[in-house]
Design a protein around this ligand. Sequence first.
Ligand code: AP5
Length: 214
Amino acid sequence: MDLVLMGPPGVGKGTQAALLQDRLGLVHVSTGEVLRRHVADRTPLGEAAHGHMLRGGLVPDELVTAMALDLVGSARCRAGVLLDGFPRTLAQARALDGALAEQDRRVDAVVWFSAPEDLLVQRLTGRRTCSGCGAGYHVLDRPPAVADVCDACGADLVRRADDDEATARARLREYAATAAPVREHYESAGVVRYVDGTGSVAEVAALLPTALHA
Ligand code: AP5
């Protein structure tokens, strides 16, 4: 099975992907995570992508698509992939469909999460991630026992460079400007499942089995 998680920044795609990957036996591929690793490692792709990410814009299709399709087509993803943050444009969606078709695969479902903008901004600006083990926190909803220290490994918690309020709002505007053609593309294939992302993490997770069997 090949699944795509879609929706605005902060809606909970990464959070739900982490819960779903083991349950469904799929490999979680987050293009945002892969790009952030390239930025940290100062690769040519990271250097080309960094400015777009800091401004809250999309990284150009020709850079992201090659990177994402390499992963989707790799041996470890043959049994199925859980895509988070890709495809984000119609060109990326068409390229993904073509690459999957070459392996007799297709996008089986697109889970499309939504939530009100004020809630999304609150989730993004309060997000913290462990610099050691990558565990996720939120200053209001999932605070660590000791401020800015990971409960699991004791390393410092960090805030993503694009999670300040101005950049979060820029990312939400970019999403509003670019998501519709992708949604229409997968709606016409009959694979979109809409899920309300406003509840707690557990409440949203509980909606997914029904959505995926719809
Ligand atoms: P990316 O990393 O994909 O960021 P995003 O789409 O903006 O999504 P986020 O990771 O911010 O949010 P999420 O929905 O995963 O929420 P999360 O679960 O973390 O992309 C970053 C950048 O990379 C882009 O801006 C772009 O520049 C570039 N990029 C990436 N892919 C690209 C592509 N295909 N094409 C072009 N450019 C690309 O949750 C957020 C917070 O809320 C957390 O603190 C979490 O604990 C909390 N939370 C989650 N769910 C709940 C809940 N139900 N209740 C309470 N709190 C919750």
